[in-house]
Design a protein around this ligand. Sequence first.
Ligand code: PMP
Length: 443
Amino acid sequence: AHQIPHPEAAASAALSERAARVIPGGVNSPVRAYGSVGGTPRFLVSGSGPYVTDVDGNEYVDLVASWGPALLGHAHPAVVDAVQQTAARGLGFGASVPQEAELAEEIIARMPVVERVRLVSTGTEATMTAIRIARGATGRPLVIKFAGHYHGHSDGLLAEAGSGLATLAMPGSAGVTAETAAQTLVLPYNDLDALEAAFAEHGDRIAAVIAESAAANMGVLPPMPGFTEAMIRLAHAHGALVILDEVLTGFRAGPSGFWGIEQDRVAAGVTPDLLTFGKVVGGGLPLAALGGRAELMELLAPLGPVYQAGTLSGNPLAVAAGLTTLQHADAAAYARLSHAADVLTGAVTAALADAGVPHRVQRAGTLFSVLFGEFPDAPRGYAEVQGQNVAAHRAFFHAMLEQGVNLPPSAFEAWFVTAAHDDAALARVVDALPGAARAAAGA
Ligand code: PMP
């Protein structure tokens, strides 16, 4: 039996105060601070399947899923068992372990466009390294990114970056030199004219275009029909590479990420050069990866001149968690994820419409998000989604939390379902929606 959470969160509040004395903002990643929704960030102590429990003993249906990694739900028995068995033999050796190649093989089997894989520890490292390879391969300095796309917190990729910067309404970060910022050209997403103009002006100096496969850090904004193909063709015509960032979408939007969905709409032979992965690929432990064509990936040391390394890269616990997660992410798991997304997108649309709350549900495979505001047409880029009704989101978020549903504390983040969201967990979310929609209507 699942208890209704107590609206108070006294122990979380006390821990929050304590943490704020020793950790900036009390958090080790900004969005966790509830900056745009206010209130007491919940300190979580355990998770099981679709549920998490906070330090006050409140239980929630979780739609954060560790911001994506928990594809199978929290504390999946096979994943926990693999990690425990691995841990008992040692936490890491700084030497290669047998399962690293197995994980690389699993990634390659799902994404044939990937011929070689290197494992790193965070998505930030994966995109940073992919860009270094692109510069190393082309000998060119500039990178194109799209406004609202988030690729981690390396210096060159923080301009108009979505995710926590969108939540906190920050255009970029202090501490990035003008010289570094000048090497990134930020363009509006889904705007082929802007991309053509940038290549016309700087074509021979552009090393790469980096894009989320489907944008999911400013709300979920999939590419407009034809955009990804045109982007790849244009970049290649100018001798630039394309990096598709699948850190969030990889092995989640579908079994082969969002590229697995998109590639069927793209002419054969039009493919990205490098891809980046994170989140699901580490099964909840710190692990990410990059991959691509062999001749590009083999520019990496020790074979080539592009340096990259990591004390904890390929850590056996993280590899065990990621490999076991992918091995269990079978057709039945993706069917369950799709079903959960269908049920929740249907129910949230109905609840918000009944309450008269302007909104738009956006979807890319099993990923979805809810935009609060008037969006008669599908938004194409960051400028259109920045004016969301944050007050309506805040009221909605807290009404859900009080009814035992843990949503991402930001109007710009996707809702993450897991394969463990069974009918009982989904029903709890569905039951909470009408009350939250009424709260949003009154905000
Ligand atoms: N790329 C994308 C698309 C992401 O969503 C994220 C994280 N949300 C990153 C890169 C950075 O990954 P990490 O937080 O592991 O550094």
